[in-house]
Design a protein around this ligand. Structure first.
Ligand SMILES: *[C@@H]1O[C@H](CO)[C@@H](O)[C@H](O)[C@H]1NC(C)=O
Ligand SMILES: *[C@@H]1O[C@H](CO)[C@@H](O)[C@H](O)[C@H]1NC(C)=O
Ligand SMILES: *[C@@H]1O[C@H](CO)[C@@H](O)[C@H](O)[C@H]1NC(C)=O
Ligand SMILES: *[C@@H]1O[C@H](CO)[C@@H](O)[C@H](O)[C@H]1NC(C)=O
Ligand SMILES: *[C@@H]1O[C@H](CO)[C@@H](O)[C@H](O)[C@H]1NC(C)=O
Ligand SMILES: *[C@@H]1O[C@H](CO)[C@@H](O)[C@H](O)[C@H]1NC(C)=O
Ligand SMILES: *[C@@H]1O[C@H](CO)[C@@H](O)[C@H](O)[C@H]1NC(C)=O
Length: 689
């Protein structure tokens, strides 16, 4: 019935100047606000060729949360029954009916069947078309938009239409309303407009490893091999023996499972080196000289250096925190992006996507929230044309994900487009469905960003016109990862007394002094698994701060979450209905390390995260030994069994303008549910199917 309407419509559109849209069609996407940085230029020439891509609506995307809970909630009969990657791809890919309906619409509109390509992962259709053909198809007109800062030009429209019965089958069409979408315009002479990348971009701020506190010094107490088990100085210096005592971690006995390496993500030129590992092993552990991680370098990444002066503080801290817990189990270091990208802070926030591409090939072309594949302009692209760049194609699915992945890097959700972060978070969900646990650092600057000179979000590190609205982190805001805050042993206390949050104004000491990240997301609503814990926090320990209740609506790239419009300027400083972080905590202060051949103390959630991740690797080890699956996504089990964690009730996470939350009894947005008790966690997870 709609076929003749379309043909008439095409003729009509081809001859009319003003666009009359037939009643059979509806607006599919519309850009309400012009983007400040893109300047609208000439109409795209009618015969210019566009590479068109239609993202097909995926099935079951909205059911992802329930699917994940089904395998991660200890109350579910399917606990631990993780899915294969094939099942995940199958469940979310567009229905056959969707593919057929959209294909038919295109053929009926005059696009030959053999010109239409269907992507390997089934989520989009692609075909070449002239601007004139597309304008007729979508009742729109295309203009060139230029980003004067980079000279990049793209075709885009302000709104476009599709037949009403097609709408439900389509996620988005490019070129469409998006600017920065992966849809290069090809000019009439066939030359592609190259997007030039820029080292600084106010719209997309770099992610930094949480700030580390690197205090190289010779300890007053000289560690000797014979004092490996000495616990008398844990308030001054956290050694592997202190961590083992704090969380009651026994040594590993017996054979280790062959497929249970601990994965550690590294980027930003953080190399590990053998000499530092050997010094650390010899001084603090029984780990044999020469023990080293398995390197999985991604798209030109380099994990290891033989130049000890080039050792990365983050890499050494991660490895030296985790090795004593997991050894003789192995560690796998995923070093992400070629060194050209790793040297460019603008891309540091984006390496997460390169990493996910490498451990799940389907993510390379995955469409969700209006974004297909990596986002050009945000993410590194390969082959990298820069001198010295990695010349191979983007690595897709070249490595298997490890059961546990430790991620000690963080940025701020206010700096990352909504669609971009949601698509990535959805990938954490999918990997969780396959049994992968992601442990992520909550950041080291409390409820805000660092104030200047590190802060990019205003003079205080907080948001909004008064610079007083709390500034949640990224990617630890995703509800499908386990976010780890930092604790410390008070000066003069032992490992047998309760720890405090990393920052406690009540104590002053020579200890490293930072505020552990925490708060409530403005992008993700509070997930079901933490609702009771957070409700109890507000009921018994209301922080007494003004708040608002709102989350950012979905919006196309490159729209950022904007807390000013969210909060409606009611004076609230945090979001009462957002996803709360952190989930858990672990020691992150005065950690004894060797970096660059020098002994020193380091701190930060950068250390807490590999410590917690290493403990989960040990729990998995025990489950695998008895024939069970790895634990996968942890949060539902932990929130339902907070007795397996040591509640932390002292300290705060103060940041901008002296605001912050306090650690209290029960869950709190400073230390989450608390620090691990290895024996209790083991008891819980071995009792689960
Ligand atoms: C480890 O993984 C490999 C590859 O998937 C598999 O063939 C092997 O059976 C696994 N080993 C164990 C002990 O599960
Ligand atoms: C411990 O580290 C120091 C350097 O800090 C090094 O000189 C010494 O050899 C190490 N101890 C052992 C037993 O290797
Ligand atoms: C560790 O092994 C290296 C060679 O790999 C050697 O040069 C070094 O002396 C060894 N260190 C110790 C403490 O045995
Ligand atoms: C070793 O690393 C340091 C610090 O990055 C650098 O300055 C030095 O040039 C490097 N040396 C060599 C031989 O590469
Ligand atoms: C820790 O930082 C706070 C706030 O930046 C400062 O007031 C305090 O003096 C610092 N304490 C120490 C021991 O450095
Ligand atoms: C957020 O929205 C407000 C009000 O519309 C606007 O003034 C401000 O520039 C926006 N902030 C950002 C970072 O886009
Ligand atoms: C920690 O909190 C407890 C109970 O609120 C308090 O008694 C104790 O003094 C605190 N510890 C320190 C070192 O402030």
């Amino acid at each position: 019935m709609w076929l003749p309407v379309l043909i008439t419509a095409c003729l009509y559109a081809a001859t009319a100047f003003a666009i009359a849209v037939p009643r059979s069609h509806v607006v599919h996407e519309e850009r309400l606000q012009a983007s400040g940085r893109w300047v609208k230029r000439d109409r795209v020439k009618p015969h210019a060729t566009l590479s068109v891509r239609i993202g097909l609506a995926q099935s079951n995307l909205h059911k992802g949360h329930d699917f994940l809970m089904d395998v991660s909630d200890p109350a579910s009969p399917n606990y631990g029954k993780h899915w294969t990657s094939e099942k995940v791809i199958d469940m979310f890919r567009p229905a056959d009916d969707t593919v057929k309906t959209v294909h038919q619409w295109l053929q009926d509109s005059g696009f030959p069947k053999n010109s239409i390509t269907h992507s390997e992962n089934k989520v989009w259709l692609a075909f070449p078309a002239t601007a004139k053909q597309m304008e007729s198809l979508l009742y729109t007109d295309y203009h060139e938009y230029e980003d004067p800062r980079t000279g990049s030009v793209q075709a885009a429209c302000e709104r476009y239409h599709v037949p009403a019965h097609i709408q439900q089958h389509i996620d988005y069409i490019t070129p469409g309303i998006k600017l920065m979408a992966p849809s290069d315009i090809v000019t009439e002479d066939g030359a592609r407009n190259l997007r030039k990348r820029k080292a600084s971009n106010k719209d997309f701020q770099p992610m930094r490893p949480p700030r580390r506190h690197w205090i190289p010094h010779w300890p007053q107490w000289r560690p000797r091999p014979s004092s490996k088990e000495n616990l008398r100085h844990c308030d001054v210096e956290i050694t592997p023996a202190c961590i083992a005592a704090l969380y009651e971690i026994p040594p590993v006995f017996g054979e280790v499972h062959e497929n249970n390496s601990l994965g550690i993500y590294e980027a930003e030129l953080n190399y590990w080196d053998q000499l530092d590992l050997d010094l650390f092993f010899a001084n603090f552990t029984h780990i044999p000289n020469g023990t080293h991680p398995i390197d999985k370098d991604i798209d030109g990444g380099v994990a290891k250096t033989t130049n000890i002066s080039g050792a990365g503080i983050e890499s050494m801290l991660d490895l030296e925190s985790a090795y004593p817990i997991v050894y003789p189990q192995s560690i796998t270091v995923f070093n992400v992006d070629d060194l050209v990208y790793q040297s460019n802070p603008y891309f540091s926030l984006a390496s997460g996507n390169t990493f996910l591409d490498a451990i799940d090939g389907s993510y390379c072309t995955y469409s969700a929230y209006g974004e297909t594949g990596d986002a050009p302009g945000f993410d590194p692209t390969y082959p990298d044309p820069a001198p010295g760049g990695y010349k191979g194609p983007l690595q897709c699915g070249v490595y298997k994900p490890t059961n546990v992945i430790s991620f000690s890097y963080s940025g701020y959700e206010a700096d990352v487009p909504i669609a971009y972060q949601k698509r990535q978070c959805n990938e954490f969900l999918k990997l969780g469905l396959q049994g992968v646990s992601f442990l992520m650092a909550s950041g080291d600057s409390g409820i805000g960003n660092y104030p200047e000179p590190f802060g990019y979000d205003g003079p205080t590190g907080c948001l909004g016109p008064k610079n007083n609205i709390f500034n949640p982190g990224f990617p630890n805001n995703c509800p499908y990862v386990t976010t780890v805050g930092a604790t410390k042993v008070y000066a003069g206390h032992t490992v047998f007394e309760p720890e405090s949050a990393a920052y406690d104004p009540a104590t002053s000491s020579m200890q490293t002094n930072f505020s552990s990240g925490g708060g409530f997301s403005n992008v993700y609503p509070m997930p079901s698994y933490q609702k009771n814990a957070v409700a109890s926090y507000f009921e018994h320990h209301d922080p007494g701060l003004p708040y608002y209740s709102a989350v950012a609506a979905d919006a196309p790239l490159p729209t950022l979450p904007n807390v000013t419009t969210l909060a409606g300027n009611t004076g609230g400083v945090y979001n009462r209905i957002g996803r709360g972080v952190p989930d858990v905590a672990a020691n992150g202060d005065n950690i004894a390390t060797y970096t660059g051949g020098v002994f020193g103390l380091q701190g930060g959630t950068s250390a807490s995260t590999p410590i917690f991740a290493a403990i989960i690797t040990r729990i998995n080890e025990e489950r695998l030994q008895v024939g069970k699956s790895p634990v996968g996504f942890l949060n539902p089990a932990l929130y339902a069994n907070s007795w397996v964690l040591n509640d932390i009730t002292n300290g705060t996470n103060k940041a901008c303008l002296g605001q912050g939350f306090k650690a209290v009894q029960g869950w709190d947005p400073v230390t989450g549910l608390g620090t691990p008790s290895f024996p209790r966690m083991l008891e819980l997870f071995l009792s689960l199917p």
